[in-house]
Design a protein around this ligand. Sequence first.
Ligand SMILES: [Zn+2]
Length: 203
Amino acid sequence: MPYRLNKGVYIVRCRHARCPFNARLEIQETIMGMTEADVVTEARKVAKDMAGVKHESIHQGRQHTLQNPEIRMVSGNIQLVGAGPALTLEHMAEPLVREFQKGDVILKAGESATAVCEVLTGAAYPLRNKNHRYSVGDCFGVAALLPNHARMIDVVAGEDRTRIGFYLLSDLNKKDPRKASQVLQRVIEDTLDVIGELEQTLS
Ligand SMILES: [Zn+2]
């Protein structure tokens, strides 16, 4: 599932006349969905349910339940899961394939790295090195080869409808060792290319 709520905080206000209920609620549970809209819908539902329980406990004896409340997200955001937490990818039978539009962030610097990426259609490039272009068949995301490594650079989609395969190499190796070694080789080639380019700019 490609989208996840990150540190969502909601304010829920009861619209009943003269009801002072106005609660700030932090959503602790993991909410994920296939689209951002799915996450928003689900998160609002969870916030409303939490508020309902709280409304009940605080305003016992009032002649109304929380109805048609005003629900506002006051902090937090909805993140692309991408190659984020291992829990998303680890249990997947098939590699995750996601589609990006031109300029969309595929990998974000600082995110935890668990998957390596292959361009299936379209193109991508490192944000800070637009001349380093990833075309169909190219692989990147070397940080995923080391445990507990974060992404070092942002990689963005170069074209609309760019499709990227995210692979957990250990899984891929079990299912398709030849493909796994091919992906590994291309990731390493890419890393050597990047180092080569860096050396050129330094000399
Ligand atoms: Zn109320």
